[in-house]
Design a protein around this ligand. Sequence first.
Ligand SMILES: *Cc1c(COP(=O)(O)O)cnc(C)c1O
Length: 438
Amino acid sequence: MRCVSTRGHDTASLTEALQRGLARDGGLYVPAQWPRFAAAAFAGADSLAAVATRLLQPFFADHVLADQVGAISAAAFNFPLPVIELRAPRTYLLELFHGPTGAFKDVGARFLAEVLSRLRSPSAPPVTVLAATSGDTGSAVAAAFHRRPGFQVAILFPDGRVSARQAHLLSCFGDNVQSFAVQGSFDDCQAMVKAAFADADLQARCPLTSANSISLGRLLPQAAYYAQVALAHWQRHQRALNFVIPTGNLGNGLAALYARSMGLPVGEVVLATNANRVLPEFLASGNYQPRASIATLANAMDVGAPSNLERLRALFASTAELTQAVTAVSVTDAAIAARIRRFFADEGRAICPHTAVAAEVLAGLREGGDQRDWCLVASADPVKFESIVEPLIGQSLAVPPSLEHWLQRPALATPIAATAAALRQQLLARQGSAIIAE
Ligand SMILES: *Cc1c(COP(=O)(O)O)cnc(C)c1O
């Protein structure tokens, strides 16, 4: 399938789009056409991997990997994504965090790693997967590419702005993974990555590939879990399922909208943001004003300029149509904390601060009299944020063995200034040593 840039001046094959990350005109790649599905297209597809295979097959039509979509999906979606019926009526919780690093980012990262591994020619020089992370992307990408032949991984995270367990998970892989603790914000990390991709000389000496939330290879597989959950709900209740999605860079939220625009029975999509209010303000006023992010309890959503915003706009003919079709609501830190406590009291379940943002938004809808079927999206395991969650619920949380495995390893991150030059120097130094080591 051809991809086009959101800015209209570049096209690419799917492979090029996956390998380049950013389009050459500075925009983001999106599929030139969206396939449309009737529910019958998924008859008999009852596992997530099976739904993903049918949903994603059209994007790989004519592609060298066309006959491997099923194998890629089976390898990537190898952990459960359970939907839990909550005590509150007509309310569900979609737990996306049972992958290797305890956040939904594992889904996209694992799919992307499978695709890029299969696309790589064994004689090609090693490529560096470069990712900025606000907390969870980096560890998901690191886990997905850890010890994969032909890949180096460089992770940039904002020092002091991630939880202790997140920091550990970002720094514990070793081998082909290097972690940089950036003396700055997540927005600084993103700017450094953008500068590296724009640096032709650096790219000539150290081939880079993107694994950020702008990667189509992460976005498309995320549409698959919305497809599967919405289809299952439709089959059982003959009603569309509505979703409240904790949102930062808009990768997860966009995936739900993509599933809906492909004809899946996804109802309303409400984007739940923390005190970084750029999206709710934009959708309320039609006026987009990016700004520096502020630190909140839901740190993986501390985003002042959502990187997928161009894709959200490109999905609709006009801003007016977009503001009709999607809503966003912002939640304060005080409300996040109160909701974690309340949710635990009402449902007997701990939720992470990001999931609590969504739960708070849904509570507001319910108070307004909304009785429809809603699914809360749980984006991370609460144990990753134990220093926030445990005092609120007055209990300690058990660490699942899959996470314990990584937390037992020593952590080692390299501190780095928040400049493009500092990153460039590190990547080149490392590239030299990688080639000698091989
Ligand atoms: C990344 C992340 C989010 C935000 O997802 P986006 O796709 O950037 O909108 C929410 N919660 C958690 C736990 C995350 O790691």
